[in-house]
Design a protein around this ligand. Structure first.
Ligand SMILES: *Cc1c(COP(=O)(O)O)cnc(C)c1O
Length: 354
């Protein structure tokens, strides 16, 4: 892929690596590429980070024609910068795009665009313990048209953000409100696609949970509000009587790459992992009887996020002793150990940026 570069002649001051937060700072450059029906992807470029202008009638502003990805790059123990399973993100972006009639982006181009941008902004990859470079690829249509139609013009962009730990609480368990009024996704809908629209529709439940003092929402299935689907920005897993249970994937659950990686690790350690439907009543019963040993979320931003407390239909239930469990801790240590190059990478998940 030909990528032209316009250097930023006004680089910003770098933020304090020990106080990065999540998604607050952005690097000096961004990647943009245009698509037009008949012409395909063209004019790949790395330009100074800054506002994009678009017509007020741009379709993304009216009909939410937008998808995105989320991934990270890490400064490893050997000083090299590596990403985690970038081709899995490329594949998922194309699966999301298909749901929105968006053009396919060749996986090689997706990964190359990110590598070139990270090399351009290499000095922004943080090095302090626990930090990483969050990568946000996204695609949208800025076609000028307020008629609802299949767009012919799209943009693919990548921006980068140096980040610290995702949760203020760190690895301390989070509290989860089980949402039994609003739904995130329906059968045949867009739940499996990583799209902005899903998040726009979820904010009201997130606000409700926050107002009630909870960190995140646990979503139930759209038809019956009976089966557990996932947490706001994470997939979820439970350890019940020694067995790991993960809600099965379907078209209303986002197929997380961290979820997949965690399952592969757990299986390699000899755990029985069952992907199946799990009703909220089953979780309630397991929590009440003491069979629920651990609960945790999986996602790129937090990696592993232990859950200490559920509010299920107004009832507060503590998980285990309310502290992080040994499985969640081992998954976190192993995944982040592989990502930061402190442990060997038997699955070939890391990808060096050269
Ligand atoms: C991105 C995302 C996840 C986690 O996926 P990862 O690939 O593990 O980061 C889970 N649920 C939703 C709704 C998401 O958007």
């Amino acid at each position: 892929m030909d990528i032209r570069v316009i250097e930023n002649i006004n680089p910003k001051a770098k933020p304090d690596e020990n106080n990065l937060g999540f998604g607050e700072y952005f690097t000096d450059h961004m990647f943009i590429m245009d698509y037009a029906t008949g012409k395909g992807w063209h004019d790949a470029r790395i330009v100074p980070y800054g506002p994009v202008s678009m017509d007020p009638s741009a379709m993304v502003l009216h009909y939410a024609v937008e998808i995105f990805e989320g991934m990270k790059a890490y400064t490893c123990a050997d000083g090299k910068v590596r990403m985690f399973r970038p081709y899995a993100n490329a594949q998922r972006m194309n699966r999301s795009g298909q749901r929105f009639c968006m053009p396919v982006i060749p996986e090689e181009d997706f990964v190359e665009a990110i590598c070139r941008l990270i090399k351009q902004d290499q000095s922004w990859v943080p090095q302090a313990e626990g930090t990483s470079l969050y990568i946000r690829p996204f695609m949208y249509s800025d076609q000028s048209n307020v008629g609802v139609r299949m767009p012919d013009y799209f943009k693919f962009m990548v921006i980068l953000s140096p980040v610290g730990a995702y949760y203020k609480e760190g690895l301390n368990p989070v509290s989860i409100y089980v949402e039994d009024e609003y739904v995130r996704a329906a059968k045949g809908g867009t739940g499996y696609a990583k799209c902005g629209g899903n998040y726009a529709a979820s904010l009201i439940a997130q606000k409700k949970a926050k107002d009630l003092g909870y960190t995140q929402v646990l979503w139930l299935d759209g038809a019956q509000r009976k089966y557990i689907e996932e947490v706001g920005t994470m997939n979820v897993m439970f350890k019940i009587k020694g067995e790991i249970v993960a809600p099965e994937l379907g078209d209303s659950v986002l197929p997380g790459i961290t979820r997949d990686s965690a399952i592969q690790l757990l299986q390699s350690w000899g755990y029985k992992v069952t992907e199946r439907k799990i009703a909220i009543e089953e979780l309630l019963a397991a929590a009440q009887s003491g069979d629920l040993e651990e609960a945790f979320g999986t996602g790129t931003a937090a990696v592993i996020s232990p859950i200490g407390l559920f509010n299920i239909h107004g009832e507060k239930l503590q998980v285990g002793d309310g502290k992080i469990g040994p499985v969640a801790q081992k998954l976190y240590d192993t995944l982040t150990g592989i990502q930061w190059g402190k442990l060997s990478d038997p699955f070939g998940w890391t990808y060096e940026i050269k």
